[in-house]
Design a protein around this ligand. Sequence first.
Ligand SMILES: [Zn+2]
Ligand SMILES: [Zn+2]
Length: 457
Amino acid sequence: MYTCENCGAGLHYDIKSGKLLCDSCLSTYMVGSIKDASAVEETDEINAKVFHCPQCGGEIVTIDEAAATFCSYCGASAVLESRMTGIKKPKYIIPFKKTKDDCRELYLKHVKSNIFAPKELKAPSYLDRFRGIYIPYWVYDVHIDKDAVFTGDETHRRGDYIIEDSFKMTCHVKGDFSGISYDASSSFDDELCQEIAPYPTNEYRDFDTGYISGFYADVADVDYQLYMRDAADFAVDNTMTEVRSKFTEVDSVDTPDSGFGPVLAPSCGEPKNALFPVWFLSYRNHGRVAYGVVNGLTGKMSTDTPISVAKYLLFSLLLAIPLFFLLNVGLVLTPSAGLVATCVITGIGLITFLVNRSNIKKQETKELDKGYVSVYGKPGKTTHNGFFTGLIFPSIGLLIAIAILVFTPVSDIYYYAANLILIVATGFMLIQLIRQFNILATRPLPQFNKNRGEVDA
Ligand SMILES: [Zn+2]
Ligand SMILES: [Zn+2]
């Protein structure tokens, strides 16, 4: 913790001035010009207070004398348990540039544009829960310097002939990639992290504890080797794009082996640990959580906006009334054409249901979140509701309708009966689709249950 040399009160990093500011006498200090009284000299560790959420197991640290009364990861309102610990100093940091007020404004603008958003999302007390958290990242530098042979193909037409040329090209490929970053915290969702990227390297500062004064930080708990291959692949892919652009007259150039393959032989040194600024907001409702995160440097935002079921039902009702009259007035469709129309709607609904189902599975099992899986392993299978009303019932209805359309019975009554069954089934399916939408717009509560082991990753 930093204290004011003038009055002894606590200092915190002030985003607007980029300096350490005293709340009490308004003195300012350049970061790095003042020593942290409690700091251990000449070590690569910082004394910090770790807050542990009793509900989800998420952890954040601070160097201040603060208490944390809610958890940013699961939205629980509980006084988090704390203990002192030493955490390893990162190499770089990007200080916050966007203030809490900037975030509030950005977020409000987004929420107001969504008419189905629950009104709680606009409450000042809720927006006050925006919390500045430094998220740890692994930063990789990849270096490519290699003579490589590429095979190329070229096709051209001369008169009636199509001439295909295949040849080998040898060239020296050189590429330096710095600042390829991946989030090093299992608590911070990889998807959110990608959505608010990038954090440009020219904003990096050498780490100083002063920058995190007044903010929270998450702790790196993902092994640095995890993303090495991805960083190398990224460098190889970009190099190949560059190589291909050099041979514009050639139709195609084969990609050599990616990653640590022998052709381009990318070399990747040990990554550096960096802290990047994120404003974090969580909304907890019915056992699910929705996040709003803002890049603390650029203001790029990613939000899950749940919809209020009451608002949605009201809107649907308002929409259904004119539709109902429209259909009744203009009942010009022949029975078979009417049945075909319902079949198309049901078909689209079924496809949507299946796509949503697969997306929900991806979200719940976190199978795309490499950092999470590396620390906690693959979560078990999740159960999905709505299988009968969302899939089986409308499928049966659809089969009956298709059978009627194929066998073309003489009496219209068959068409009307089949259409009625299909409409009822589709109505049930729509309820499931709204439920799916709400699940996809929010997230399951995080469960960082497994022991994190040592905090100094
Ligand atoms: Zn002061
Ligand atoms: Zn929590």
